[in-house]
Design a protein around this ligand. Structure first.
Ligand code: CDP
Length: 234
């Protein structure tokens, strides 16, 4: 049984969020997204010439996505360098971003998206995807919509939104469902499942995810508006 959340949140409540755009002066676009004690920074470069050339696609841009956790992002010190988990997450991010960015507008070009997790307390792929999407918008890339991403799941008998690491580890492991949406299109870009869940509960998790993503979406839009209203003043 999991009746009360460790941090006192309601089951459908997100952690505290901070979103900021334009945090890396040397990138074409960048963003920082923090949700509780999980934080990701994304930097976007391009569109540029494809290197190496054989990655080139005649009909669209190629997205090169990198995901990395800083060694100091977790209590045990993450091993520096890219491991299999980092590669899997980069692939997941790339697949989602390919459907959000209008890649068909940049044939034979390459867009580099680098995401660094500075602090990890579960949900890093979701925070990374949200940060990457804001960074792409900041870079001026044409997009079908911003991506808003959050995990949901099941702890004991309770369906919950936005799990912490402590919750993920509760009683030998919760069910974790990372999700991503294009909110204004009503499309799901990412749905992963780690653990067991009934069809009915999965529907409830997705519903919570959708509602959470809508809140994240508003925060992303506010961050982008702040950035562009500051720019027009300077
Ligand atoms: O981060 P996300 O939930 O997207 O992916 P995960 O592979 O399910 O990892 C869950 C959490 O485990 C991370 O957010 C970190 O808090 C933690 N983790 C860790 O402590 N050390 C690692 N090398 C990898 C993950």
């Amino acid at each position: 049984m999991y009746e009360q959340r460790f941090d006192g949140r309601k089951f459908d409540e997100l952690r505290k969020i901070e979103a900021e755009v334009g945090v890396v002066p040397n990138a074409k676009g960048s963003a920082r997204f923090r949700i509780g004690n999980t934080e990701a920074i994304a930097a976007v470069y391009g569109p540029d010439e494809v290197k190496p050339r054989h990655f080139e696609k005649m009909d669209r841009a190629v997205l090169m996505v990198k995901y990395d956790m800083m060694p100091f992002s977790v209590p045990d010190r993450a091993k520096p360098g890219i491991d299999r988990r980092d590669m899997e997450i980069a692939e997941v991010l790339m697949n989602a971003l390919n459907r959000a960015i209008m890649v068909e507008e940049f044939p034979q070009m390459m867009i580099n998206i680098n995401v660094y997790v500075t602090q990890a307390d579960a949900g890093t792929r979701c925070a990374s995807l949200t940060a990457a999407s804001m960074a792409c918008a900041d870079a001026g890339l044409p997009m079908r919509d911003l991506v808003a991403s959050v995990a949901g799941g099941k702890i004991g008998d309770s369906v919950v939104l936005d799990l912490t690491k402590e919750e993920e580890d509760f009683e030998g492991g919760a069910t974790d469902v990372p999700m991503a949406f294009l909110p204004s299109k009503g499309e799901i870009l990412l749905l992963q499942l780690d653990g067991k869940v009934s069809k009915e509960d999965l529907k409830k998790v997705i519903e919570l995810g959708k509602e959470g993503a809508q809140k994240i979406y508003e925060i992303e839009r506010e961050a982008l508006k702040r950035r562009f209203s500051n720019e027009s003043k300077s």
